[in-house]
Design a protein around this ligand. Structure first.
Ligand SMILES: [Zn+2]
Length: 332
């Protein structure tokens, strides 16, 4: 009899690739264009909050966004209710490192959690990747963050070794020097589809015209990008809140599936040592070909067919016993 293999699907529901979009500075003017466009296409966004200026008119160095208003606690809570997520974009938008981490990562996390009534598990580097230094990332681990978002234009992949380092793709009218990359509504999509990748777009606050061509796109370009993501993604796409995709990666990585000796078709499924900050612990399991029925802790669960895949969702908040039966080597 062939060995039966049960595996955790790279993404929920056997989806092929993942898309998220992040708005640094969490400006109230997102209500003008970005929020309605994302609502229309049912794509959740993610807000990166400068905690020391929450609810205030922006005044940070020579920022292109000075004079714009940051969302305050009530506005952020309203966005959570719409299914968006919130991350810490540091306290001051200045240097985050071993010396400043208590304020920029520790105190900022506490204040933001209190303001929005939800745990903060995502840090978003301000400025550039210099705030992804070793001291900052060590402090992220110490303060219990699950993800740290960079400005590296690359995919995130299901097998990534460092779950804390997250890549983001610029969604701007023009890329940075020296390439000045043209706006591309298809950026990274075929690559994500091939590699089962997770694209996270990065911008600030799209308006009629971009506030700065190397920091934003226009509202029309945002619409074109989101339309393209939906059209190209179809049923293969998971449009995810950043926190949920991060939780899934952690849970999948921690999952242990072990055959119960002497009991054909029976497995224990658990996530020993999973980081306590992971909230959503449901994974999709891929069952062997020929499986006809599946029980979790003695209860029949519905098997979903997706192409050749046979899938079930299992909440691993506690260890489970899985029993499968069918033909082609599966216990009758
Ligand atoms: Zn910023």
């Amino acid at each position: 009899m062939q060995e039966l293999r049960v595996t955790v699907s790279p993404w929920p529901g056997g989806k092929r690739w993942v898309y998220s979009i992040t708005f640094d500075e969490a400006l109230s003017d997102l209500h003008r264009f970005a929020i309605p466009i994302l609502d229309e296409f049912r794509v959740p966004g993610h807000l990166e909050v400068v905690v020391g200026q929450m609810g205030q008119v922006r005044k940070i160095g020579a920022s292109s966004y000075n004079g714009f208003k940051h969302m305050g606690p009530d506005e952020l809570r309203e966005m959570l209710a719409r299914g968006w997520g919130v991350g810490n974009h540091s306290w001051s938008h200045e240097a985050t490192n071993a010396q400043t981490a208590d304020l920029e990562l520790g105190r900022a996390k506490e204040v933001l959690e209190e303001a929005i009534g939800e745990p903060i598990t995502i840090y978003c580097s301000s400025g550039d990747n210099s705030n992804m230094n070793d001291g900052a990332l060590a402090a992220c681990r110490r303060f219990g963050y699950l993800g740290a978002m960079s400005l590296t234009d690359a995919l995130n992949r299901p097998e990534d070794a460092d779950l804390l380092w997250i890549n983001r793709t610029f969604l701007h009218t023009q890329g940075y020097a020296p390439f000045y990359s043209e706006f591309d509504p298809f950026r990274n999509i075929p690559h994500a589809r091939r590699d089962r990748g997770w694209i996270i777009d990065y911008l600030h606050c799209p308006l009629e015209q971009p506030v700065h061509p190397n920091k934003d796109c226009s509202a029309a370009q945002l619409r074109e990008r989101i339309e393209t993501v939906r059209a190209e993604g179809g049923e293969d796409l998971w449009a995810a809140r950043v926190e949920e995709a991060v939780d899934y990666r952690y849970t999948r990585r921690a999952a242990k599936i072990e055959a119960v000796p002497g009991r054909a078709g029976e497995f224990t499924v658990a996530v020993p040592g999973l980081h306590p900050a992971v909230r959503k612990r449901t994974v999709t399991l891929e069952l062997p070909e020929g499986t006809r029925a599946a029980d979790v802790d003695g209860r029949r669960v519905e098997i979903v067919k997706r192409g050749p895949l046979l899938l079930i969702d299992v909440d691993l908040s506690r260890p489970r016993t899985l029993r499968i039966s069918g033909d082609q080597g599966v216990a009758q």
